[in-house]
Structure formats: C-alpha cells, structure tokens
Design a protein around this ligand. Structure first.
Ligand code: SF4
Ligand code: SF4
Ligand code: FES
Length: 987
C-alpha cells in the first residue's frame, strides 16, 4: 500500500489507484472532473482535474496519475485553480452560457455549469466569440432522446458509456480540429447504428447536450431541475430488478434516473429504455380512477342481484367491441417499413396508419359502455358477496385467482392468504405458469430448488464461459444483456443456443442456431461428445449427484452427427460448443422463455441441467445456474406462495403439519385450509376446471393465454369475474366488477429479482382519483370475506411473511434499504447469500439427481399446409400484453404496430416487402399483421411478438400442455404465411 498526503490528509491507497480514486476513497470528493467518470476508461483529455504534486514541475491529471508512496498532493493549489479557470474559459468559448451572467449564476443547469460558477469564470458574450457553436446530430422527432450539440464540451463520456457500458458503439467523435463533434454512427441514424435508447448517454453527459425529451415537454425546467423529492423504487418491468429513482413534482413522476453507478444495485447505474423512459403509463388518460360495476347488477333488499340480460354469454358479458379474434383477423394498414426498429426520421410514415397514434393501444371509449361508475363500498360489497356465494353454493374450488408478478411480495402474500384462508382453495396462480414453471419443475426434480444459484455480477465478472439457451437477453433483460456483453469484451467465451440470430447470438463465439423445439437433441449431443472426450467432471458427479449412469445411457445414441440432422446445427459446431462448455473452467448456464415455453419445457430444461451437472458447472463463483426471470417479481410471487401447490418458501399445501403452521399464523381453523393442490393458470381456463368465479389482479389472460379465442370464450362464461387493474384491459372489459389499483410508483413493497435479491420500493406519488393501493384493496376484501387481516402497511405484512418463511427469517425493511438482500437470509445478522450450493444441494442427502430425457420432436411440425414454424416473444420496447408499454408514450412511438419477422428469402418467395400486411394461419386461428423483413429469423421461421391485441400471437399458439408444469406450447407452432391482399377476412 502507498501512503500519501492529499490536502494535508494522510491517505493510504493501493499503488494501482489514481490520485482521484485515492482521494474519493478517502472522502475527498471535490476534485473537479469532466472527461473522467466512474468505471469508464480514462482518457485524461479535459485537464480540469489537474492537481499539484510536490516535486513535480507541472500539474498532473488526478484521474490518470497513479499514487506513489510519500506523494504530497494539493487539489486546489493556485496553479491548479488557474488551470481550471483556463480550461473552463476555453470550453465556454463554444458553449451557449449567456444565461450564466448575473442572476443566472445562482442557477447552474448542469455539472459543467456548476464548475463554471464554482471557479468564477464569466462566459464571453456570444457576439464576441471567434468560433461558432457546435452542431451535430439532433435526433429530430425522437420521442425520448435528443441532442443539442451546441452545449457539448467534447468530454466523450457519452461515446465511452455507449461503447464500454452498453457495448453498443452508436456514438463517435467525428471530424477534426474546430469541427470536431460527437456524431451518431450510420449516417446519423441511431436505429441503424444499433441504438437501444437505453439513455446511458443521457445519464453521463455533464452538460445536457444529450437530453431526455419527455420531462422537458411536460414540466417547467425548474420542476425538472429541482423535483420536490426523489424516491427510490424498483423498475416495474423485467426480472433484473433495476433500482430507479423517481423524481416527483406536483404528485407526478417527472423523470426517472438510476442510482449512482458506484452503488451496489443490480443495475449499477444503468437502466434500459423501458426503465428510464417507460414511466408515464400511470398518468395515461385511460387510467381507471373509480371502481366500475357492470350495469346489470342492482342492489335489492340488501343483496346484489343480476338484472341484466340473462341470455347467452354475449348478452351477459358482451360489449360494443370486437373480440381479439375479430381484431386479429381484421385488415390492417401496412406498417412502417424498416428491417429492424423504425428510423426516427421515418416516423412521419406513421401517417400511413389511419388511427391516432395515442389510440392504438388505448382503451376505446365504447369499452366503458357496459359499466357504471360505482363507490368502493358497492364494488367491495358485490365482490365479497359473489365470492362467498360461489364458495357456499359450489365450494371453494369453484373459485380461482390470478395474482400478479408485477405486484409486490406483500400483495401476492395477502391475496394467496385471502384465497386460502377465507375461501379455502389453492387455486392461486400467476404468469409464472407461462414463464418459468417448467424451469421450476425441472430444478425441483433435479435439485429441489426453485431459483437461480448465482448472481448477475458473478456472470459478468467471473464466468469464463457463458452459455445462453433460448434467452434474448439484450431485448428481454437489457441491463443483464449489457453485463453479458461486457463479460464477452473482457474475454469470456459466449455460446448462444437460439433459433433466432439475436444480438447476443450475432456476437457469440458459437451460435447454435437450431430448429425450434430441438434443444434436447442439442444438449444431449453436447453431453454425448463430452462423455466421448472424457470431459465430464467425474469427481463432482460421483460426490454430489445420483443416477449419472442413467443419463450416460440416455444420451448414448445422440451423437453430434445424429443431432445435426435433427437440429440443423453442424456436428462440428456442436462438438466445439460442448468442449468449450465442459472446459470452462467456470461456465455459467443461462436460459429463459425460449427453452421453457414448450409443451416439453420441463424436459428441455432437464437436459440442460444434466449437461450442467455432468460438467460440475454449479456451486462455484462464476459457475452459476441462472433461469433469467421474466417479470420484476415473478420470483417473489412464487416465493411467497402465489402458486397452487405451496405456501411461502415452497412448503407443500398437502402437508398437514405445514397447514397447522399457516392456520395458526392466520387465525383460522386448520381444516379450513385445503390440503388439495390447486389448479394452474392453464388448467383453470378450461371447461372441465369447474371454476365459475375469478379474481384477477394485474394480469391480462385474454392476451397472454394460449389459444386466445378459447380463453376469451371461457372468461365470458364465468358466473362472476372481478378484475383489479390499472386500466380497462382486454380481460377487464368482461368483468362484473373492476377495481382500480395502484401502479409501481404509487406503492411501497418488496420485489425479488432474478438473482433472489429482495429489494424495497417506496411510494412516490398518490394513486389518481379514487384508485386505491393494491394492498389496501386486498386487506379490506380479506376482512370482508371473514379473514382477520389486521395489517396496515406493507412492512406489517412483511413481518408476518418472515414468521412463516424460514429462508427470509432475517429480513426486515431496514435491512433491505440499499442493495437489498439475496435470500436465504436465515438470521438477523445473515448478509444474504450471493451464490448457493457450494457444498450441498437442498435435497435430503445433499445430492442432485440426473433425470434422463430423450429427444422427442415438437408437438406440431411444419407440413405442406403449414410450412413455417412460428416463434413468439418480447420486443425491446414492449412488455407482455402491452398494458403498460403501449400507454408509455415514448416506447409506443418506437414500436407502434404489430409485426411479424420473416427472413428475406421467404419474403421474396411470398412477394411481400417490409411493412406489407401478411396473414398467418395456424391450425387454430388466423390473424393479419405486417411483416418486418429480417435476417434475425432463419428461413422457414417467423417470429411474432405477443404484445399487440390487434394481432395477438396467442390466437395461433398451441394450448397443448407440458405434463409436469402445465406450460403451453408458446414457442413452436406451424403456420401458413400469405400476403394479406389475398387473405383479409371480412371485418
Ligand atoms: S441511448 Fe444507449 S445505445 Fe443509444 S446512443 Fe445512448 S448510450 Fe448508446
Ligand atoms: S454530448 Fe455530453 S457527454 Fe458527449 S461529449 Fe458532449 S458533453 Fe460530453
Ligand atoms: S477529468 Fe481528468 S483529465 Fe478530464
């Protein structure tokens, strides 16, 4: 270690540290910096950080000079200050700083101007300058990020942040000499340059030359610069669980920023486009602000009676709207023609659409017609009456609830407590069924666990090999995707198994582009080759697993040559991937929906786990098992028991002793809690389920369920449906009662991210109108249903959760502040658990179990009639059923219309061009969308995002279910594609 003196203070520092780093570590934070930024490569070009070092003839850059033993540093010496004023004066020569004279000095607008004021530099009036202001790309018309390069000081932070943090490289330094400027690559088109609109450049720019548009359009500059408060929350989108700071003024979210890059948060300063710019949906004009009751309900003699049309389902639950099937089949105008994304410069092309851009994803006025506004008393009374009536008349199992992976742990806990404790049914499930249920089934079977073993940081910093199967991480989990790209840049080898050429697949060292649904053949062939080469980890399999020999036998016939014929991946590539995977030394294994959303998803994940266990790639830092979780709380909703088979901590509902424990905690007789496992999402929505009444919180199954036409029909036939949501969604329009709840910004609660990290989000704003907090609604309804629920706050609920959840015993709200805690947190002093299974698995004897699986072809294969394979998934700018993102103005403008990705060769053969309407027909239904010609899909395949009600992918998907997890076949169905001119059905 080196000992030096900085401004008279003795400081000890690592000799590899710079003066700036040593000073900051010692709490000396005011050495000015412009080009330097934490974690960015050092360029040392602005010279504002120059300091005096005793014995040196000239000033030295603090950001680029290493410390030395005995060094004596003065940060504000006369010479250093002189230099800074000189630097600032020079920079001001090209900066519009007229407002910084006189009174303006009290109101510096940004980091750069704060230095100008601090060092007392006066800008030369514009008229007296020799050089004109800079120009540069302005990203005209961009809904989220624009440039005003007249304020650029060429610090190049934005260039390095884009290149080194996001690993994109959109921005560059162009021209020379006085003409030097920051440019957007690809002739100024951010789309073509690969911009993801992440806003990293906005975050690091010290002058606001790169700025976000939305706050400026909606709030006065003063409000933006000085919000009333800044509240820490958790992003409402994916399972990365980025922490975000909500800036609040006038009880509205003005803008979203990310916590400091140096803080220990999952996102370390970054967010993706959704987290940073997708925050305005709670203020959308569609927001429900009062409860709604279907008009046929009237209260007579103290009871609610249905006096509306008693005829068929259409009368009972109808409304002036087209079904999703009808909308899907309706003719559509051509979409904006771009291969990937849409150029901002081309946005006026939206005029080709005959709909107002704000209305496509919004709730049509007519949807409100079957409803009347109601008081909370009416809405709660009717809901409680009907749930209790159905329980009395048909038994608790005639009821079911969908809770929500977007809601907090506390909300999910209270809703499952209500359904179990008050209504006596375990029919509680949520979107995990259509997400990672097959992963959970496979991991339970092999390792008796339900969550990731490791952490995102571990993958970024310690994995030598990253194997990604069926995960489009840079679009679905962009902040983790950027971390993976950084890992690749530092030298980790990247192997991607995906039918599509996603961004990560395109940059991978090995891309295994297999036919959809042939993953078992691929993974078994990799294992076959590993065994043939003797690359398995014999010590690990002998000491820590059972039944390895069974798997050895199961993969014997699946040689890489055999698998090549099945998967379409050359045998040599399979061998290469297998050897890299097995040699590690530390290989992390990641997967997501591409693997799980199949009717044999449990087997697909199992074959991947076999590969992982055979190579011993778990239980070491850098060898992580990571099912990458979809929604921001899909892990937590399952952890707190919002699934049909278990209470919190995955404790079985069938065990009478466990039941006793929950009965005691909830103050109910044990026999009132059912010992029968409940139904899963995909089992509930079936005629034979016997479910006649439902409570749905924050889910939209009419878009997310497979075979929508059937699902829509099923929901219309229910006796009672209550929907608790932010908007009158496609599902809510069929409800008897609609309860307006709270958005992420309006609640305090905890969320669990994909690496088991429990984080706390705080309420920033009030819910609009009469909308109420989700937790308050659930607590009141629980009490009305007769289940004593005395909790008043989310923290109260957490106190109860930890009592019945051994692996969360040490969790308190106070301890969750900051980075949160990765469970297990078994005691009050446990620091949490960053990675698991270094010694044993949580099975009876501590060993994992291999489960042999053999390849079986996908349920539906292409044939002459349906020659394409359709794959479904997410896009960068949208989220699930579009309920939130299609009402987020910036996101919606980036991706305003439904599309079908199709390979250029197939498009040519069909005679369709980018944007042309095409009709897709599967064995179940047909729908019209517009095509996006893209090499991301292989020939013979099409990709359909599932966010759009007007071209809902799930009209076509196959509802056949995985036998273990009841997951539907969402990723692989055979379709026919035709130009829509010959295909449009009657409107
Ligand atoms: S928004 Fe992100 S990807 Fe686009 S230029 Fe800025 S940093 Fe790069
Ligand atoms: S745009 Fe901002 S971050 Fe980029 S070089 Fe200019 S001042 Fe620096
Ligand atoms: S901050 Fe050190 S040279 Fe720019």
């Amino acid at each position: 270690m080196a000992t030096l003196t900085i401004d008279g203070r003795r400081v000890t520092a690592d000799p590899e540290q710079t003066i700036l780093e040593a000073a900051r570590a010692a709490g000396i934070m005011d050495i000015p910096t412009l080009c330097w930024y934490p974690k960015l490569p050092i360029v040392g070009n602005c010279r504002i950080c120059l300091v005096s070092v005793e014995g040196q003839g000239k000033l030295l850059p603090a950001c680029a000079t290493k410390v030395a033993d005995g060094m004596v540093v003065q940060t504000e010496s006369h010479a250093a200050v002189e230099n800074r004023t000189g630097v600032l004066r020079l920079l001001l020569e090209r900066y519009p700083g007229d407002h910084l004279v006189n009174g303006g000095r009290a109101q510096p607008r940004n980091e750069f101007e704060q230095y100008v004021v601090r060092y007392g530099v006066a800008p030369t009036p514009l008229a007296g300058r020799d050089l004109a202001l800079r120009h540069g790309d302005e990203r005209p018309g961009d809904p989220m990020i624009r440039h005003d390069m007249s304020t650029c000081i060429l610090c190049t932070r934005c260039v390095r942040a884009c290149e080194d943090i996001q690993v994109v490289g959109v921005l560059d330094v162009g021209q020379r000499g006085e003409h030097t400027e920051i440019i957007v690559g690809a002739d100024g088109d951010p789309d073509k340059a690969g911009c993801t609109w992440c806003g990293e450049c906005v975050r690091v720019c010290p002058t606001g030359a790169i700025f976000e548009v939305m706050p400026r359009e909606r709030f006065a500059p003063e409000r933006v610069r000085h919000p009333e408060k800044v509240v820490r929350s958790v992003c409402p989108y994916c399972g990365v669980g980025c922490q975000v700071d909500l800036h609040v003024a006038d009880d509205k979210v003005v803008r979203v920023t990310s916590p400091d890059i140096e803080l220990d948060t999952p996102n370390q300063g970054s967010t993706c486009v959704k987290g940073r710019f997708g925050y305005d949906f709670p203020q959308h004009r569609d927001r429900l602000t009062t409860p709604l009751i279907r008009k046929g309900w009237v209260k007579e003699a103290g009871r609610w009676k249905w006096r509306g049309p008693a005829g068929g389902e259409r009368d009972r639950r109808g409304g002036p709207w087209r079904t999703i099937e009808g909308e899907g089949q309706a003719a559509k105008p051509a979409g904006p023609p771009r291969a990937v994304g849409k150029s901002v410069r081309e946005l006026p092309l939206l005029e080709r659409l005959d709909l107002d851009i704000r209305d496509r994803g919004a709730t049509p006025e007519a949807w409100y017609e079957p409803f009347r506004e109601a008081t909370w008393e009416e809405a709660m009374e009717l809901t409680a009456q009907e749930l209790l009536r159905l329980k009395r008349e048909r038994g608790g199992d005639a009821l079911a609830c969908f809770s929500s992976a977007k809601c907090s742990n506390e909300e999910n806990y209270v809703i499952m407590r209500m359904f179990r404790g008050a209504l006596g049914t375990n029919n509680i499930d949520h979107c995990t069924r259509l997400c990672h249920s097959t992963s959970v089934a496979a991991m339970q079977r092999a390792l008796n666990t339900s969550a990731a073993s490791g952490s995102m940081r571990e993958v970024e910093h310690a994995a030598d090999v990253i194997f990604i199967a069926g995960a489009n991480t840079t679009e679905s989990h962009p902040v983790f995707g950027a971390a993976i790209k950084r890992a690749h840049e530092r030298g980790a080898t990247l192997i991607v198994a995906d039918p599509r050429r996603t961004e990560l697949a395109a940059r991978a060292d090995v891309h295994l582009q297999m036919q959809p649904g042939t993953d078992v053949a691929l993974f078994n062939a990799m294992l076959n080759h590993i065994l043939a080469q003797g690359l398995e980890d014999r010590e690990f399999t002998a000491a820590r697993t059972h039944d390895f020999e069974k798997v050895r036998a199961a993969v014997r016939a699946m040689t890489p040559d055999v698998a090549a014929k099945i998967t379409g991946v050359p045998a040599e590539r399979i061998r290469r991937a297998a050897e890299i995977y097995a040699r590690g030394p530390n290989t992390s294994t990641l997967w997501a929906m591409g693997l799980t959303q199949h009717a044999n998803g449990t087997d697909l994940v199992t074959s991947l786990l076999n590969l992982m266990l055979a190579c011993g790639m778990i239980g070491r830092w850098g060898a992580a098992m990571m099912p990458v979780r979809g929604q921001n709380n899909v892990q937590g909703a399952s952890d707190v028991g919002a699934i049909p088979f278990v209470y919190t901590d995955y404790r079985s509902v069938k065990n009478p002793q466990i039941r006793e424990e929950y009965a005691r905690a909830w103050g109910v007789p044990p026999e009132s809690l059912s010992l029968k496992e409940g139904l899963m999402v995909t089992e509930i929505v079936k005629e034979e389920s016997g479910v006649r009444g439902m409570y749905i919180m924050g889910e939209n199954p009419i878009i997310s369920d497979p075979d929508i036409a059937h699902a829509e029909h099923w929901f219309r036939e229910l006796e009672f449906l209550a929907v608790h949501d932010l908007f009158l969604t496609e599902t809510a329009r069929y409800a008897d009662v609609v309860l307006p709840g709270s958005s992420f910004a309006e609640k305090t609660g905890t969320f669990v991210n994909t690496e088991r990290r429990i984080q706390v989000a705080h309420q920033a704003v009030a819910s609009p109108g009469a909308a109420r907090s989700d937790l308050e609604i659930l607590i009141e309804l629980s009490n009305r249903l007769g289940l004593k629920t005395p909790h008043r706050t989310a923290e109260d609920v957490m106190r109860e959760i930890v009592q019945v959840t051994p692996s969360w015993s040490g969790v308190t709200y106070d301890r969750l502040e900051g980075a949160g805690l990765q469970y297990p947190v078994p005691t009050a002093d446990s620091p949490g658990t960053a990675f698991l299974f270094d010694q044993r698995f949580p099975t009876a004897d501590g060993k994992g179990t291999f489960v042999p699986v053999e390849y079986a072809p996908p349920v539906e294969l292409p044939d002459d009639e349906y020659p394409f394979v359709m794959n479904t998934g997410r896009q960068l700018y949208h989220w699930h059923t579009g309920t939130m993102t299609r009402r987020a103005s910036g996101l919606d403008r980036r991706e305003p219309t439904p599309i079908v990705e199709i390979h250029p060769a197939d498009a040519r053969a069909l005679g369709v061009r980018d944007g042309d309407p095409v009709r897709l027909t599967s064995r179940r239904n047909t729908m019209v969308s517009s095509c996006r010609v893209s090499e991301r899909v292989a020939p013979g395949q099409v990709f359909v995002p599932f966010h759009f009600r007007e071209a809902a992918a799930n009209l076509l998907t196959n509802p056949v279910l995985d036998p273990y997890a009841k997951m539907a076949e969402l990723k692989c169905c055979a379709v026919r594609v035709e130009p829509a001119e010959s295909a449009v059905l009657a409107d």
